[in-house]
Design a protein around this ligand. Structure first.
Ligand SMILES: Cc1cc2nc3c(=O)[nH]c(=O)nc-3n(C[C@H](O)[C@H](O)[C@H](O)COP(=O)(O)O)c2cc1C
Length: 350
């Protein structure tokens, strides 16, 4: 029997979820900063096959021009302030999405705001974008990129708006974040799909979304001369017609692609969004729908309830190019990302 899942179900479940989460991220952050610990993790649990450098063909996983050492990355929300990127990479994630970050620091919603759904193999959260703000994230990323191993990790930043920013000024929040972050990251994800910032998901309607994506693109162009891959992350609770309208908009505006999906509010457990196994079927449906309408040269990142290789394969077969996970990492523990990426790589090399 695997040790960590037993420890999670019998011991960790009795601890405060957010405190356990903070401790885990802090421990991963420290392990990532200490070269010997990082090397040990990378050589054991996080060992990944070397990517074929220079090969950005359809078969090798990539984001923009960066080739990835695997198809599974860490979803947004775990490393909110980009303090644990090296540790996450050493554990075997092929790329790391940090954030959601907002222009100004904010505390998020009052606790309790994270719950374990032990029997359902999920989590429920209403964190509300607690983060140290974009300037702190830039500092952390600047430190990361000042080292050789830090430059080697493929990192994306998930950006949002502050809770106190009125809807009519939302686009400016996205521009500010994009502009500050683009020198330090490999891709940007515009998050308009978190259920925990009042009114945020209304920004998914094309009328609202267009100026936001245009502002984010402008921020990217102001911050770098490189072409920055820009994604939009969508909710699983949208209707099919709304999803198709967003996909059409990403094509029209030349976005890199779509991240599908965020947590779902389709439950009766109380406030917040549910992730993990209860989200799996709907996330897969959305991925499949998006994949059928996205452009050939666009990229689809599937996320929601990916807990083993079969789930990941289903996402990939449905048309995702890459997958991300959050909840299964919490449930399955530190050996999980490397194991997943090695198994998935073995699939494609056959
Ligand atoms: C505690 C928690 C916090 C999250 N925070 C964010 C966030 O800040 N921004 C975001 O785009 N998604 C956030 N998510 C959503 C995840 O990135 C992911 O889209 C979702 O959980 C589905 O994947 P999973 O089933 O593998 O967890 C969060 C999820 C959880 C469980």
């Amino acid at each position: 029997m695997a040790v960590y899942p037993w420890v999670y179900r019998n011991l960790i479940r009795h601890t405060d979820p957010e405190a356990a989460h903070r401790l885990a991220v802090a421990a991963i952050s420290v392990a990532g900063r200490v070269a010997t610990a990082r090397g040990l993790l990378r050589a054991t649990v996080g060992h990944l096959p070397a990517p074929h450098s220079g090969d950005v063909g359809r078969r090798s996983p990539h984001i923009g021009t960066r080739v990835l050492p695997g198809r599974l990355g860490l979803g947004a929300g775990m490393d909110k302030d980009a303090t644990a990127v090296l540790g996450m990479s050493a554990l075997g994630f092929a790329f790391v999405e940090v954030g959601t970050v907002t222009p100004r620091p904010q505390p998020g919603n009052e606790a309790p705001r994270m719950w374990r759904l032990i029997e359902d193999e999920g989590l429920r959260n209403r964190m509300g974008f607690n983060n140290q703000g974009v300037e702190a994230m830039v500092e952390h990323l600047r430190d990361l990129r000042s080292t050789r191993p830090g430059r080697g990790v493929v990192v994306g930043a998930n950006i949002g708006k502050n809770k106190t920013t009125p809807e009519e000024d939302a686009a400016e929040d996205y521009r500010v974040c994009a502009r500050a972050l683009v020198p330090w990251v490999d891709f940007i994800v515009v998050n308009v799909s978190s259920p925990n910032t009042p009114g945020l998901r209304d920004l998914q309607s094309v009328d609202h979304l267009r100026p936001i994506l245009e502002a984010a693109r402008r921020g990217c162009e102001e911050g770098t001369v490189r072409r920055m891959p820009l994604f939009v992350k969508i909710a699983p609770d949208l209707g099919d017609a709304e999803i198709l309208a967003i996909v059409e908009l990403t094509r029209e505006l030349g976005l890199e692609g779509v991240v599908a999906t965020n947590t779902t509010i389709d439950h009766d457990l109380g406030a917040g969004g549910v992730s993990g196994a209860p989200l799996r079927d709907r996330a897969l449906e959305v991925v499949s729908l998006v994949a059928r309408h996205l452009g050939e040269d666009q990229t689809l990142i599937g996320t929601g309830g990916v807990a083993d290789c079969q789930d990941a394969r289903r996402m990939l077969e449905a048309g995702a190019d890459l997958v991300e996970a959050f909840t299964a990492f919490v449930l399955e523990g530190p050996t999980w990302p490397g194991r997943m990426n090695r198994e998935l790589a073995a699939d494609t090399s056959r």
